[in-house]
Design a protein around this ligand. Sequence first.
Ligand code: F6P
Length: 535
Amino acid sequence: MTPQKLPGQRCDRVPAWAQLRTLYERQGRAFDLRTAFAQDADRFDRFSLHAPHIFADLSKNLVSEEINAALTELAGQCGLEAQRDAMFAGERINRTEDRAVMHWLLRHPKNAASALPAALQSTFVEMHAVQDAMLAYAESVRTDADITDVVNIGIGGSDLGPLLAVQALDPYVDHRRRYHFVSSVDGHELSAVLRGLRPERTLFLVASKTFTTMETMTNARTARDWFLGKIGYHSEPRNPADVARYLERHFCALTSNAQAAAEFGITKTFPFWDWVGGRYSMWSSIGLMIAIAVGAERFRAMLAGAHAMDRHFCEAPLARNLPVRMALLDLWHRNFHGYASRNIAPYHSGLRRLPAYLQQLAMESNGKRVDMNGEVLPYATSPVVWGEPAANGQHAYFQMLHQGSDVIPMEFIAVKQALHDLLGHHQKLLANALAQAQAFMQGKQGADGHHHMPGNRPSSFLLLEALTPESLGALIALYEHRVFAAGALWGINSFDQFGVELGKVLALDIEPRLASGDVAGLDGSTAGLLKRLRS
Ligand code: F6P
């Protein structure tokens, strides 16, 4: 690939990097949170931030004022603001694929067109026309009493965002219908869903940016065959016009490949564009399931929450900019302390798929070992991101987080108001969130090694007033921008994912071998396993 000019500077090539190295040796390595709080009564205020819909306490991280200032310097020297502005100007910052990165445009309000560059005006108008049509369709489904079940068939970014949002916004969901998500090619998933469906009462949403993804296309074809069979259409060969007519009210495609959807037999398509990455696509037509579940107005509220976070990211100074602060902590943890993993600890069951969503967002974006120019990086990038609702995690893997040999930075997410009336539950939940964050920091002197808890384990604590469409939008946009900022500092392209291709190609070779038994040219292990599967 021809080397391209980076829009900013790589973190290891700016003066603040060396300064941080020195600071790490002088203060960072032995930093003690308990001492830091004892010496500074204002530490909580100094290290906490307000962003739209989110309060963030970052005080329980292993940073001093001096370290924080050096991290801010680093962001400035890397040209983080210029890189951010390039994304918001619609520049083709996804250089390896020569694409703009404009998921943020999907939540830019219609009445604020004048704030956009002239070059984006026509795209913006087109985008809003599609969004309006998609939301009008969602409303028509919501008033269609015949439809009792909606099935989203999609995977990765075409599944996780809608699934997260429909679960998170459960109190706002219209429960007169059922919402199903089928992602894996594992037929157990689709067959379990089909078992409970009636074709005339079902709407299938085939969600795939490319409309070529093997899992989604396999599930979509099976769903189509099931549907046509159930309504009594058995003609072979099938007449495409008949198929299209039968599918019209029951299949809808969300894709940037409208032609493939039409060839499949789907006439109702809501498009989106190559400037929306799959893992950033829940704001686009891919969000149709969310809009059907909670309604157009709440979908727009989710967009508004995300837009408020966009504004914060664009306008807040680096020192008070929450996505930037979190990205800088990522860099501090990963490249100076050497922490290889980060735990997401949501204290809200509605956020049970948030860790999975963030795994794709963070690890597919920043799981890269070369910089924008293809040069191998001399430092680590994305940590492993993992977790599950922490009220359960506490009774499972938290042991390792408290006493294990690895330090794993924690990210607590708590919600002040519960949207249920089960008295006492929420207090207990919140008490546990606070207590765990406290325990990670404080630790405990034990009578012996078995009872000793070292403490001084870093954590961030995000607090939402309530889990609403607005706050969910803001929370997800916060993570998007944090991932962007970390990727920009690391000098990588956060918007491609070439690493997922090889396995897909090899699976295409192996599938017919499973039928034929041909193991010629395979390595010994793959050949041995294939033979066992056939025996
Ligand atoms: O294989 C990874 C991936 O390309 C993701 O980036 C994407 O979100 C997912 O597959 C689904 O892709 P599509 O929406 O094109 O079906």
